[in-house]
Design a protein around this ligand. Sequence first.
Ligand code: NI
Length: 176
Amino acid sequence: MAIRPVLKMGHPILRQVAMPITQFGAELHALIADMDDTMRALHGAGIAAPQIGISQRVVIFEVKENPRYPHVAPVPYTVLINPELTPLGEDADEGWEGCLSVPGMRGLVPRFRKLRYQGVDQNGAPLDRTVEGFHARVVQHEVDHLDGILYPQRIRDMRNFGFEDVLLPQLLPMPD
Ligand code: NI
């Protein structure tokens, strides 16, 4: 498969509402393999199909255990297709995010603390999870991509948006 170029903020595909997946064949599996390769090569926590130019409702994510960020719980490798999110409660947390489509930047973004997500995997098998914390944040960030939303649009106070190399010494940890 292949590492694909990642579209950057400003590209019109990143502003589109992506189309649902209806076929679970070789074309979808090739797309997911390219998303995997691209996410891993760039050390992302997740990637959405529109970021590699395919406006379809597919996201993948994974957060491995990292001794540098001991209080960030790992998130299992997940392929999530045609997702539906249901926030559980009103509680929101602010947390630092980055994005492969907004390279070199970080911003403080409010997200629902707890939610249920449903969808299917690459074989069409149903997925139904209730998650919280960083797992819930990653899902909300990735699913936003399918609705044409990038995290800077969610920042409440633009003073909390800046360059990673400037912010990093002030604010640790900031996983992307
Ligand atoms: Ni992103």
